[in-house]
Design a protein around this ligand. Sequence first.
Ligand code: ATP
Length: 194
Amino acid sequence: MKICLFGGTFDPPHLGHLILAQTIYEAEHFDQIVFVPAYKSPHKDRSAVSSVDLRKKMVKIAIKENPNFVMSEIEIDRGGVSYSIDTIIDYKKKTGTDSKKLFYLIGSDSLKTFHSWRNSEQILDECQIIVAIRPGFRPSDIDNKILAKIQFANIPRIEVSSTEIRRRWIEGKTIRYMVTQQIWEYINEHKLYL
Ligand code: ATP
């Protein structure tokens, strides 16, 4: 099986995530894209993040109609700060996936800080990093040693982020077409982000 792990906070999951995952699935001939909601992202201010139960439920809803998308609760079950290196090693142990068949998908905004991720060099040995280019990305911002070991993917540029969606929701603006209808309903019903 050729697997792509897709970690994120998913607060909420949006069409940018889904289109990215679907594009990569097709272009790279993956067997599965595994969405991995973070328990506690090392990169985000925790007080501002929705509960893990809400985020998990939203990921489930967002991917449920796509048989090629699955969710792993590996970071939720492990608890603590969700370091990608631990997730990659745990996932390989649990599933027996080989380093050559295991990919880890990130947006190019995350790549900028990749050098500061825990055990970033080991991550590059344990799996293949695949980077989706987002606007504003300049390869010159990235260390050559990292550039040599990663793969870039061309994806349609859908400039929507969870931050923008939360902001618009708070301001009473529409988030139509940024999230699926079912996610819209979930946010509305659970009075998220207010
Ligand atoms: P936030 O705005 O809260 O930081 P986000 O929209 O960036 O959230 P995350 O859940 O943090 O979403 O993202 C998970 C991964 O998806 C990250 O690697 C991020 O770069 C990537 N990503 C998010 N939105 C897009 C998008 N529109 N296009 C491409 N990649 C994206």
